[in-house]
Design a protein around this ligand. Sequence first.
Ligand code: TPP
Length: 335
Amino acid sequence: MATRAVDVGELREPAELPERGTLLAFLYYMKLQRAIEDRIITLYRQGKIVGGVFTGRGQEAIGVGSAVLAGAADVIFPSHRDLGAFLVKGMKPQTVFAQYLGRVGGPTRGRDANLHMGEWSLGIGAFISHMADTVPVAAGVALSFKLRRKANVVLCYHGDGATSRGDWHEGLNLAAVLGLPVVYLCVNNRYAYSTPLSRQMAVAGVAERAGGYGMPVESVDGNDVLAVWASARRAVERARAGDGPSFIECWTYRMSGHSAHDDARYVAPEFFEEGRRWDPIARYTLWLREREILADGELAALDERVASEVEAAVAAGEASPYPEGSDAGTGVYAE
Ligand SMILES: Cc1ncc(C[n+]2csc(CCOP(=O)(O)OP(=O)(O)O)c2C)c(N)n1
């Protein structure tokens, strides 16, 4: 038996695949997310970023594989590890760096150096807190689509820990009872800060909780971009057809501490080793290579493109000024 050069888990190929352009876009956006976040960590260690830095290292397939299904008039509500979804929906890397660096070029205009941002013109709802606050808001946006008879959908992301909060239960129930066009994606990375899943819920996973509200639920390998895409596609089609909400539990691994200040000493080394084996980027790259969708030269060119885009974006972010103190009171209430 031929041995594979790289020790990573294989992907499960869905019956139907997206077109080649989308297949390549998956890799580009996953790599872009990782490169941006690696750079953000460096800037944080240099003291240029103040505040919490949460990355989605190892979780890139979830935001990327699903947000690609959202059209311009659809709305997404990403959470703190879903940078890929922001990027797929059109947020520019330089805007992300300006945000983290606390500059006026970020969506919060320098009021925050974190992912608490959205861009309504791009259909990106602002991330309120890490803990499910956007779940009922997403239901509200979906309700507005339904009342206006629009065939638009909402994608809403949150972690496993968020499902232990009341807002999550209320939001899901509302979406199910009213049959709203919203797709909820749980990024289940098996930890809520330092609390492992087994210390947080007495059921095996979040799917069991969501199923109780009466909507279709699927559990997928969240480190397999094709599996995420296939499941999200079914859910988005259902929502667009007026058949109501769906829930997707994406199982994944947090390949880092909770945030940049956390060395995750409470996580067993085997957990990180497992996460590395199921790294969504490595697995997907191998899949593309084995099917000859991507040649050697193309991979190198893609890496160069991502690296140069990230460096240009850092420079543009750093060139953006800090806000004026007098601006602090604006944009708080309707003007
Ligand atoms: C209301 C509230 N309580 C607590 C926190 C602190 N906090 C931030 S993230 C987090 C855990 C989130 O866990 P999970 O939903 O699993 O997402 P993950 O960070 O694992 O991606 C906590 C407790 C918060 N931001 N807001």
